[in-house]
Design a protein around this ligand. Structure first.
Ligand code: FES
Ligand code: FES
Length: 156
């Protein structure tokens, strides 16, 4: 029987082994390539999506374990009707955060989950919320600035 996934507010039936990593389903079966494959071992955060309000590593999360739960990916952040960017995406753009860009969709998903839990995060909360996401280009200071901007605390 197909698994029922709820991705970006749409229900999708998928015929996959429940033990398959969610990342494989997103990228290979659904063509949603905004979520990136980095280490494949839960160590880098490139594959981060939000499941039920929590930032999770989709490379290390089985698709069977998230069936029926609300899954959000980078593709679902902008307003579908107006194409208006999510405030975190807009802040990322305004702060010119990305370098090579490879880690960035995972970083943005972690930042969105962080701000939904802590709308006005302290420096310590930002550090804790983002600590599992690695960036080989070292964009950490600009990410922190963008998070503060999205939280209404920073300046453009
Ligand atoms: S690809 Fe999932 S944590 Fe690195
Ligand atoms: S922007 Fe290059 S890895 Fe983060």
């Amino acid at each position: 029987m197909p698994l029922q996934l709820n991705i970006n507010r749409k229900t999708v039936g998928i015929d996959a082994d429940p033990d398959m990593p969610l990342l494989w389903v997103l990228r290979d079966m659904l063509g949603m390539t905004g979520t990136k494959f980095g280490c494949g071992a839960g160590l880098c955060g490139a594959c981060t999506v939000i499941v039920g309000g929590e930032a999770v590593r989709s490379c290390s999360t089985t698709v069977g374990s998230v069936a029926g739960k609300p899954i959000r990916t980078i593709e679902g952040l902008a307003d579908a009707r107006t194409s208006k960017l999510h405030p975190v995406q807009q802040a990322w753009k305004d702060c010119n955060v990305a370098q090579c860009g490879y880690c960035q969709s995972g970083q943005i998903m972690s930042a969105v989950a962080l701000l939904e839990k802590h709308p006005k995060p302290s420096a310590a909360q930002i550090a804790e919320g983002m600590e599992g996401n690695l960036c080989r280009c070292g964009t950490y200071p600009r990410m922190r600035q963008a998070i503060q901007m999205a939280a209404g605390k920073g300046k453009a």
